[in-house]
Design a protein around this ligand. Structure first.
Ligand code: BGC
Length: 735
């Protein structure tokens, strides 16, 4: 449609139709014949409202979506197509690593390819919009949703979030295989107090802008078509009714002109927050704050008309929001083709196709982080005489995805056992469960029961110990349950279950050659696992091809390629914790009993493993950092260079990281900030120069007067393998 045609359509629409466009309801509210189901009572709206709604969430499959689209379009006075949205978070049916695992790749190319793959699959299944990327900055692993983020760093989150947007939307969102991206959750949701989901977020404006908003902005610059609000209150105002946040920051400053949608029920939840007295006021506050579309509550549909009639909300305001929805539908080409790419045949062909599975396998290996490799126990040899016992609840488990994956068929997943049996030809292998993922019967957050057979427990343990005794090497496969990750899964205890630790201890008593794989959606406490294992690989939740990727990495077909996108603390009690914290007036040198210094009297180190840390199967040597200038003005750039050498005996990829520290400021500056990443692959014995260009933009911050600017002074440039590197050089910035 031309802009003129869109304007005409808007003019022709009744107020009821317009308000309908601003409402999104779940597919479960439509019966198979688009009949209203019981859930509707809860929302007290009628059939008419359902038919008028502008969007549906969580219906999948080309056929089901086409049917619903046809039925609803036929009923709507102007036959406006509905827009179908879904949480395609880390793959549609070919599931790839959870976002935190993708963060660990430190690789925007990989992340973009993965997003594109999921766009292709979900578009063929009829989806128009994905509720991704989630770029909430996360510094507290107690929050279950850290799994949905790419980590603790504004630069990394922005880089990878923008890569996802490009991967989903391509150059033209209308083109085949693309879906529109919805950046979420705006804003600051990751800052929930003490990691409690849905809790208040209290951030200074400087911290909000400098740390939290950067990644959303990067995604908006990359062209994201939608933004979703967050559930939380931000500095005491719910995001969904926060005019300053949405109108001033998002629209005016960031220039976002796409559709702003609420999170699930978030408009109505403003009543629970104590911000709105009732639904009517919630509708008024959200509309006035700039929210276009309400997801899964019905304040708009029930009250906007009344608010317009009494003059509280202007028709212009409604028109502006409706127009954004119409423009989005038009951008997706829905007026010409309301099904977009939805096609049952294509859907069947593309889902889990060879190309997608190969990509998922490679990405999983690239996300695995090797935390320890004592005696070079890894890679294992697939050789005669080698024997390995794979022990633990993840030794043959197919649920190796995060909680935002909804596979149609678990048979498509490759467990560790299947991956090993399919790829290891000569070594002798055995597989024993040893114990359950969780210790007791437990109701999970989706309402299902995790069941434990108490009488089987002892035999499981004994079998595992017997297998460990016989094998030369043991690979322990441990982790949290995938339902302990994602929304509504905040934890105070960041350990794998006690029985898994007990299993590890018992195995260790009979065999010290232990490699431990950890499957998890967050940084867990790793002290005990580290102490009892010779090697540790953090596998996150790797997805469909997880077992094959484990085989590839364990047996050295490829390296574990990941680096930590979140700092790992020793204990949950240290959280929140992150590498870019501020310097203290009483610095801590990392030992105990220093007296009156910053930190704890019972925990010397700040981190168990620092941000950016991870090893390959080789080793690298870094030369000193050199700068081509030691003094610059704002117009200049500096080239910072190191030479790195592969000092090991195999081809390996190093993730070279650039950090900058502003030594003094009119407000104190973080210890350092990540400003560049380069992945470099070298053959054994080879060396190469790696350079980064430093520009004024990298030196800017929100200064004492809340200007975003750099300040004259001295800077330290670090280049090294992780956020604790001391390899640095200095420069000065002046007028
Ligand atoms: C989550 C969002 C998600 C939405 C739709 C909410 O509960 O917070 O991240 O996109 O549901 O499923």
């Amino acid at each position: 449609m031309t802009n003129k045609q869109l304007q005409k359509l808007l003019k022709d629409m009744s107020l009821d139709e317009k308000i309908g466009q601003l409402t999104q309801l779940a597919g479960s509210m439509y019966g198979s014949d688009a009949i209203v189901t019981g859930l509707l009572d809860m929302f007290s709206i009628n059939d008419k409202a359902l038919e008028m709604s502008g969007s549906v969430l969580s219906v999948i499959g080309a056929e089901a979506i086409k049917k619903l689209q046809d039925e609803n379009m036929a009923k709507q006075p102007h036959h406006i197509p509905q827009i179908f949205m879904y949480d395609v978070i880390n793959g549609y049916q070919t599931i790839y690593p959870v976002p935190l695992g993708q963060g660990a790749t430190f690789n925007p190319d990989t992340v973009e390819k993965l997003a594109h793959m999921s766009a292709v699959e979900s578009a063929a299944a009829g989806i128009h919009v994905t509720f991704s990327p989630m770029v909430d900055l996360v510094r507290d692993a107690r929050w279950g949703r850290v799994m949905e983020s790419t980590g603790e760093d504004p630069y990394l989150n922005g880089l990878l979030g923008a890569a996802m947007v490009k991967g989903y939307q391509g150059d033209d969102v209308k083109a085949k295989g693309n879906v529109a991206a919805c950046v979420k959750h705006f804003a600051g949701y990751g800052g929930a107090e003490a990691g409690r989901d849905y809790d208040n977020v209290e951030l200074s404006e400087r911290t909000l802008r400098e740390d939290y908003l950067a990644a959303y902005e990067a995604c908006i610059k990359a062209g994201a078509k939608l933004v979703m609000t967050s559930f939380n209150t931000l500095n005491r105002v719910p995001s969904t009714g926060n005019k300053w946040l949405m109108k001033k920051v998002l629209r005016e400053e960031m220039g976002f002109d796409g559709v702003l949608i609420s999170d699930y029920g978030a408009v109505k939840e403003m009543i629970n927050h104590g911000y709105s007295r009732d639904e009517k006021q919630a509708a008024e506050q959200s509309m006035k704050a700039g929210l276009d579309m309400e997801m899964m509550s019905t304040a708009y549909i029930s009250h906007l008309k009344e608010l317009v009639d009494e003059g509280t909300i202007s028709m212009d305001m409604i028109d502006e929001a409706v127009m954004r929805l119409l423009v989005l539908k038009n951008d997706l080409g829905l007026f010409e083709n309301p099904y977009k790419d939805g096609d049952p045949k294509e859907e069947k062909k593309l889902i889990l196709c060879k190309k997608h599975r190969e990509l998922a396998r490679k990405a999983a290996a690239e996300s695995f982080v090797l935390l320890k490799n004592e005696d070079n126990i890894l890679p294992l040899a697939d050789a005669k005489g080698a024997s390995v016992a794979f022990i633990g609840p993840y030794a043959d488990e197919k649920q190796i995805h995060g909680s935002w994956s909804f596979p149609n068929d678990y048979n498509t997943f490759v467990s560790v056992k299947e991956g090993i049996l399919g790829n290891v030809t000569t070594a002798k292998t055995t597989f024993k469960q040893g114990c359950y993922r969780l210790d007791h019967n437990k109701k999970l957050k989706d309402g299902s029961m995790f069941e434990v057979n108490e009488t089987k427990k002892e035999k499981m343990l004994n079998d595992a110990i017997a297998a460990a005794k016989k094998a030369k090497t043991v690979v322990m496969c441990l982790g949290e349950h995938f339902m302990q990750t994602g929304e509504a899964t905040s934890r105070t205890d960041l350990n794998v279950s006690p029985e898994q630790i007990e299993l590890l201890r018992k195995v260790r008593e009979v065999n010290p050659n232990i490699v431990t794989l950890v499957f998890a959606g967050r940084p867990l406490e790793m002290d005990v696992i580290d102490e009892l294992s010779k090697a540790v690989i953090y596998c996150w939740f790797p997805g469909t091809e997880g077992g094959n990727a484990v085989a590839d990495v364990l047996y050295g077909k490829c390296e574990p390629g990941g680096r930590l996108p979140m700092s790992f603390s020793h204990k949950a009690e240290q959280l929140p914790n992150y590498y870019s914290r501020f310097r203290s007036g009483r610095p801590n040198n990392g030992t105990l009993d220093q007296g009156f210094v910053m930190g704890y009297i019972d925990q010397a180190d700040l981190f168990k493993y620092p941000f950016g840390y991870g090893m390959g199967y080789s080793s690298f040597e870094y030369s000193n950092v050199t700068l081509d200038k030691s003094s610059i003005t704002r117009k200049d750039t500096i080239t910072a260079t190191v030479t790195i050498k592969n000092t090991g005996d195999r081809v390996s990829t190093e993730t070279v990281q650039l950090y900058i520290q502003d030594l003094f400021g009119n407000v104190v500056r973080p210890r350092r900030l990540l400003k560049g990443i380069k992945k470099v692959t070298l053959k054994p014995g080879k060396k190469t120069k790696v350079s980064f260009e430093i520009t004024d933009d990298m030196l800017k911050f929100w200064d004492i007067d809340m200007n975003y600017a750099s300040e004259d002074g001295d800077f330290r440039v670090y280049i090294g393998p992780d956020s604790l590197t001391e390899n640095c050089a200095y420069f000065n910035l002046h007028q």
